[in-house]
Design a protein around this ligand. Structure first.
Ligand code: AMP
Ligand code: ZN
Length: 665
């Protein structure tokens, strides 16, 4: 028995170690494959030996814990806010005040970046993460331990010489690369992109399902150790030590002995902040010596020994020339402000997103307005205000359009959604072209030799009207078109032909079903194996799949209800596009030539697992009883009418267990 415990412990320490080296030290000591393998091994052992369960096992990182209501926890030590400064003068005044309060002693300082995310308080006991609590109102916050555990660089078990009990504070940030990747996949799935990394990070911490948090690219940067008698002399030393226990303390932390050192730090990061992998909204200066900190104490809101210096988000004034409206491939309308070009943070800005109708109303925009543009947390610049002294004419007030700029169909706005939509899915050319462009894209069918502009050309020439038409394109039709040569036509046709080999998940993603991004498509394809299974699935079966919620399920049902979509799929299938997961390995041919119907609820398998088994063993799943049905696998609650029909047709009924024994399982 102890052997198993030792084995589990050994796996846990190995995984903790690899994880730490990877996420904190940036060192990859093992391949992803081997890592996953060890993790799987540990998972299986833990499942079978629940008496050795440990809430800080590396397996907890994948999430799975669902919190309906976050528990409110009172902070043992209040989480203060920070005083702000915006100028060199204010920094000097702050330092003067401190020197006065310390009876003339000039202390030394530390400078850190002010990480822009959501603050978190982590409690550790005997080297294990005990709980993670958000700042809340400073006095009490929400316990989000299950979610925090999924953040890869938060150590679940410490190493080295750590105190028995302490709290450590930090900021959960979403690095910019992860943020844009997340947004890209949202846009690809027809969802609205998130506004900025800060809000997304804090929203991610409050997701009810920790499995979802595990999917978010988050990182925790630590900035303060809290606890009595931890034995440190100064803040700098404490953070450097914490680093050795496994925490990510960015090495942008420095000591500063003079005001000049502080100002140098401020200036150097003002220029370099755009190169950081995450966002900052300023820097934080702290008195280094912990005794000095204690002497200085706190005001009602913030420590006297620390202050932030906030960088001003760069802002420029320019003129709003026009507002245009873009139609996305799902029909969503995005208003865009066209501005007189202006230089902002090193790039020329000509356009700014206006998000939706509410945003325009809020700003009460008029054409000709002098507007202020800012590149704040957002990647795309936004209009933050209007210069009241320099407004456009009242009659040039921006009123949101009522009909589609492309096809003139009246727009609709679904209740509870901010966006307007053009409902003319099958006749709106921008949507049609957008859908085909999405289908041929690199992340979908990856059709080389065919670009977005050619798609538009082929559409306008009447050669394609949907994705299925791509497969009936003939060289002789394309060659006469503008800018088309033998070679380019050949490449185009080769690309189309090659796309028939693209695996089923890519095809499913390529269909551009709302909310079905690349990840969701993969998940659906793995679960349902084939398009026909997926099309047959009802809401319950769809939401039964990991990570598939009501919204995605509804969207799929809606898509498959539309006859033109069924038609499209039918034509794609005829053309030889992959409509099932070829990765299913035939485990036997026992069921070859058999049409099998599945009905009712089963004891050991889900309906879909059962269907999977049938296909893996060479059988076909049929959706209704007919004389061609070979047999029915019936579970609990098979409908009486089906039973009568089966009896009438003389079709045998198998129980779950007899079916499994047929496959020697
Ligand atoms: P504010 O919200 O503007 O009052 O600033 C206080 C917040 O700044 C704290 O709650 C922290 O979450 C955050 N912060 C970010 N980086 C640091 C840092 N290096 N030191 C202290 N606080 C920081
Ligand atoms: Zn339209």
């Amino acid at each position: 028995m102890n052997d198993i415990k030792d084995k589990i412990e050994a796996l846990r320490s190995k995984l903790h170690y690899y994880n730490f080296e990877y996420y904190v030290n940036d060192k990859s000591l093992i391949s992803d494959f081997d890592f996953d393998h060890l993790m799987k091994e540990l998972q299986v052992l833990e499942e079978k030996n629940s008496e050795f369960n440990d809430l800080n096992s590396p397996t907890q990182r994948v999430g799975g814990h669902v919190t309906k209501n976050f528990k409110t926890i009172v902070h043992a030590e209040r989480m203060y806010s920070l005083g702000n400064t915006y100028s060199e003068d204010e920094i000097r005044e702050w330092v003067d005040r401190i020197v006065k309060n310390l009876d003339g002693k000039v202390p030394s300082f530390t400078c850190e970046l002010k990480y822009d995310g959501a603050s978190i308080n982590l409690t550790y006991k005997n080297g294990y993460l005990l709980k993670a609590v958000t700042r809340g109102d400073g006095t009490q916050g929400d316990e989000v331990t299950a979610n925090a555990k999924t953040i890869p660089n938060i150590p679940l078990k410490l190493q080295g010489n750590y105190p028995d009990e302490f709290e450590i504070r930090g900021e959960i940030v979403m690095p910019l690369s992860g943020f844009s990747a997340l947004n890209e996949s949202r846009v690809a799935a027809g969802e609205e992109p998130y506004m900025n990394p800060r809000n997304t990070a804090s929203g991610s911490l409050k997701l009810q399902d920790s499995k979802e948090t595990a999917q978010r690219p988050l990182s925790c940067l630590l900035y303060a150790l809290v606890g009595k008698n931890l034995g440190f002399k100064d803040h700098y030393q404490a953070l450097v030590e914490a680093r050795s226990w496994g925490f990510t303390v960015p090495n942008t932390l420095v000591k500063a002995d003079t005001i000049e050192d502080i100002l140098k730090y401020i200036n150097s990061w003002e220029n370099k902040r755009n190169e950081l992998p995450f966002e900052i909204d300023g820097i934080v200066i702290k008195v280094n010596d912990l005794r000095d900190q204690e002497l200085l104490g706190f005001t009602a809101k913030s420590p006297r020994w620390a202050i932030s210096y906030k960088y001003k988000a760069e802002q420029v004034a320019t003129v709003l020339e026009t507002v245009s409206y873009q139609v996305g491939r799902t029909g969503a309308i995005t208003p865009v402000a066209n501005l007189t070009p202006v230089l902002l943070s090193g790039t020329v800005v000509k356009r700014a997103s206006l998000h939706n109708a509410d945003q325009i109303d809020k700003l009460d925009l008029r054409l000709g307005d002098q507007v202020y543009v800012e590149k704040g947390g957002e990647i795309i610049p936004k209009i933050v205000g209007v210069n009241n002294a320099n407004r456009g004419l009242v009659e040039d007030c921006v009123t949101y359009i009522n009909s589609c700029p492309d096809c003139e169909t009246p727009l609709v706005r679904i209740e509870g959604e901010a966006q307007h939509y053009c409902p003319n899915i099958s006749g709106c050319s921008t949507q049609i072209i957008g859908k085909i462009q999405h289908f041929i894209g690199r992340t979908a069918m990856d059709i080389e030799g065919l670009g977005g502009e050619t798609v538009a050309l082929l559409f306008h020439e009447g050669l394609i009207n949907n994705i299925a038409d791509l497969y009936s394109l003939r060289g002789s039709d394309i060659l006469p078109l503008d800018r088309m040569a033998e070679k380019s036509v050949e490449n185009l046709l080769i690309g189309v032909e090659a796309s028939k080999k693209q695996p089923f998940p890519k095809v499913l993603f390529g269909l551009g079903i709302r909310f079905v991004g690349a990840t969701v498509a993969k998940r659906l394809a793995t679960h349902f194996i084939s398009m026909s299974n997926l099309m047959r699935a009802n809401i319950e079966e769809l939401v039964g799949v990991d990570d598939i919620g009501q919204r995605i399920a509804q969207s799929l049902i809606h898509f498959f209800e539309e006859p033109s979509n069924i038609d499209l799929i039918e034509r794609l299938t005829q053309s030889g596009v992959q409509m099932e997961n070829k990765s299913i390995l035939l485990t036997s041919t026992t069921l070859e030539g058999k049409n099998i119907m599945v009905s009712g609820v089963f004891e050991t398998l889900s309906r879909n697992e059962l269907k999977e088994l049938i296909e893996q063993n060479g059988g076909k799943v049929s959706s209704s009883i007919s004389s061609k049905t070979s047999f029915i696998v019936a579970g609990e609650g098979m409908g009486p009418s089906k039973k009568v029909k089966a009896e009438k047709l003389g079709i045998p009924i198998q129980s779950e267990s007899s079916f499994l024994s047929m496959l020697s399982l």
